[in-house]
Design a protein around this ligand. Structure first.
Ligand SMILES: [Zn+2]
Ligand SMILES: [Zn+2]
Length: 135
């Protein structure tokens, strides 16, 4: 099991908890207080980062959708290096294309994987396929 702690708004934490229960995910979460009343710190224990990443981003997006005009989003969810910002894959849990195999990092920061990167990125799968077809 791996660990990850984030600070988020309380309603988001509640939604994450509901989604974890609903989907029967192998993620345990423990909630603690922060200095801000509306914010909590959540300690997760998980096996699969992609599952955790998806459940967090979905819950954060629900919250952003619920914001009125002019209201600011107060989340500062930062994903660590080694996690694709689009699909949430990691070195230990790569995405696999049935024809082209597992992904690789398409940027130096290791925050974007080849299978999610646009064709304009030379290290993307899309760019490699294009180069191959043109050769
Ligand atoms: Zn990706
Ligand atoms: Zn990937």
């Amino acid at each position: 099991m791996f660990r990850e702690s984030i600070k988020i708004l309380k309603p988001v934490a509640d939604r994450i908890q509901a989604k974890i229960a609903e989907r029967n995910l192998q993620i345990s979460m423990e909630t603690g207080k922060t200095r801000k009343d509306d914010q909590v710190v959540v300690h997760f224990q998980y096996k699969n980062y992609k599952e955790l990443y998806l459940v967090i981003t979905e819950s954060v997006n629900d919250e952003i959708d619920g914001l009125g005009p002019g209201e600011k989003c107060t989340h500062d969810l930062q994903l660590p290096s080694g996690v694709c910002q689009i699909c949430g894959c990691t070195d230990n849990n790569a995405c696999v294309d049935p024809d082209h195999g597992p992904c690789w990092w398409a940027n130096e920061e290791c925050t974007l994987c080849s299978h999610c990167a646009p064709e304009s990125n030379d290290d993307s799968l899309a760019a490699k396929i294009k180069q191959y077809e043109e050769a």
